[in-house]
Design a protein. Structure first.
Lengths: 298, 214
């Protein structure tokens, strides 16, 4: 006895058409978006990984923005310290000139005047601001760090603090990004502003010139040493930027492998689904219009 | 059967003789919608609330440990959530002045110590032993997995239903070919029967004529 088949194939045909339409739509969506995961349910594991990928990418982007700002600020500070180094170099030359025993008092007063100008220039550099914030006042960036104060032994008062900010360069890597002005300009191991004040007094009074010049030499050495800190920091900023840009590239590649659509596969899937749909439509047409025995007997 | 508006005001609960039969509806479209309303969606909302509540609480705690740009002790950054339930939908920033962000750790305006600590919360296990991003990532996986599983089950049940419909159609469906064959067979039987009747009729007629002649 033959197996009796369902004489009404319409529901099977409709289900097959719906299934292929769905495959067509999926392939089209992948082609238009370039992504194989357009909803969480498309690939929950990949979508979950993609969330963390975006987090890391956004963190990298933010760190790069921070580094860009820090680099600009670091360059400005480095330039300021370079000007200070040049000014102190000029002051050292004036000190040597002032130590010349053949100078008249008027000549020495003229040199002292030049030294006062240099001291004020260095003081201005020590009070440098960047985007409205004092850069040599530790973390007290709204407070002018240095003012002349005769009550102080070195003639300068530091109003900033000794605190240091750190910044994250890349995930897990932090470095200090500033030096308090007291370490640079009024450091007990080399007091730039104090040494300049001492040299001015020595030239004006024509006494203790050798000691004052030695102090300034010592302060100059310390100043150049401290300047290296910002040079190193700028190098680290650059290295971190390179690393972060590379990390972002890798994350983009990872995202592409996680949720990116293989366009060749999507096109093939779309064409297969289209071919299958057309075949089913043709089959439907033929099945539903096939002669049955009643029609044949007419 | 009476209908009554449910708590969500979207669905209706069916009553039969005054008995709430909603729990008995576990299958079909209605069962799926009820399950989504009463179990799946509330579970996701609870997890979102957990994420928001813990994030807000940790952020506020760290914010209060710092100082704002005016040198004052830090205040809450978020409006503190009253309860865990509804924490996500009611999340709101408590301050509007950027100078009130507690970025400083030492009270000076240029310190970024507390800002670093606030940023580090993203890598701290502050939400049920997980970082906020890991928690959210797992939630995304769970939602996607739930939907994917439901779609797979729907597809499997659909195929089963289709097979059953085919089986039923194979048994009870009307085949025009079969009906035509039956018609032909019945028509043949009818014609044979009519021939028998015709023969009997002729036999009777002949018999009657013989008696008349005799």
């Amino acid at each position: 006895m033959s197996v009796r088949i369902n004489p009404d194939p319409s529901t099977d045909l409709l289900a097959a058409i719906a299934l292929n339409r769905q495959a067509q739509n999926t392939a089209l969506q992948q082609l238009s978006s370039g992504r194989s995961v357009n909803q969480l349910s498309d690939n929950p594991a990949a979508a979950s990984e993609d969330v963390l990928n975006h987090v890391q990418t956004n963190q990298d982007t933010q760190l790069l923005q921070n580094l860009s700002s820090l680099t600009s600020q670091g360059q400005a500070i480095d330039s300021t310290l370079n000007s200070a180094v040049q000014a102190v170099t000029q002051a050292i030359s004036l000190g040597v000139e002032g130590a010349n025993g053949t100078l008249s008092n008027a000549d020495r007063q003229a040199i002292a005047g030049e030294l006062i100008g240099i001291r004020d220039q260095v003081l201005g550099l020590a009070n440098q601001t960047y985007q409205g914030n004092y850069v040599f006042s530790g973390t007290a960036t709204s407070t002018q760090p240095f003012v002349l104060d005769n009550a102080q032994p070195d003639g300068v008062k530091y109003n900033g603090n000794a605190n240091v900010n750190t910044n994250q360069m890349s995930p897990g890597q932090k470095i200090a990004v500033n030096l308090p002005g007291s370490q640079i300009f009024t450091n007990p191991s080399g007091d730039v502003l104090g040494a300049l004040n001492g040299l001015i007094t020595a030239v004006q009074t024509n006494s203790g010139l050798a000691a004052a010049s030695a102090n300034l030499d010592k302060a100059f050495t310390l100043l150049t040493t401290q300047r290296v800190f910002y040079g190193n920091a700028l190098n680290q900023f650059q290295s971190a930027q390179t690393f972060l840009n590379s990390d972002k590239t890798q994350l983009a590649q990872q995202e592409n492998s996680l949720v990116g659509a293989d366009l060749a596969t999507s096109i093939t899937n779309f064409e297969q689904a289209t071919t299958a749909t057309n075949a089913i439509l043709n089959a439907t047409n033929q099945i539903l219009t096939t002669l049955n025995l009643l029609n044949y007997l007419k | 059967m009476s209908l009554s508006e449910a708590s969500a005001s979207i669905f209706f609960r069916k009553y039969s003789h005054g008995v709430d039969i909603t729990p008995a509806i576990t299958a079909g479209s209605l069962g799926g919608l009820i399950q989504a309303r009463d179990q799946t969606i509330p579970n996701v909302l609870t997890q979102l609330d957990t994420l928001a509540y813990n994030l807000e609480t940790a952020f506020n705690t760290q914010s209060r440990a710092g100082f704002d740009a005016n040198g004052n002790p830090g205040a809450n950054f978020f409006v503190p959530p009253a309860t865990l339930a509804g924490a996500a939908s009611s999340i709101a920033v408590a301050i509007s002045d950027p100078n009130l962000v507690a970025a400083s750790s030492d009270g000076s305006v240029g310190s970024n110590g507390n800002a670093q600590a606030l940023a580090n919360l993203q890598n701290s296990a502050i939400v049920n032993g997980q970082t906020p991003f890991n928690f959210y990532s797992n939630l995304a996986f769970q939602i996607g997995n739930d939907v994917s599983k439901a779609q797979s089950e729907q597809q499997a049940v659909g195929l089963l239903q289709q097979q059953l419909q085919d089986q039923r159609g194979a048994i009870s469906g009307v085949s025009l070919d079969e009906e035509a064959v039956n018609l032909i067979r019945l028509q043949g039987a009818y014609e044979a029967s009519s021939n028998v009747v015709n023969v009997v009729n002729q036999l009777l007629t002949t018999t009657l004529n013989m008696s008349v002649v005799g």
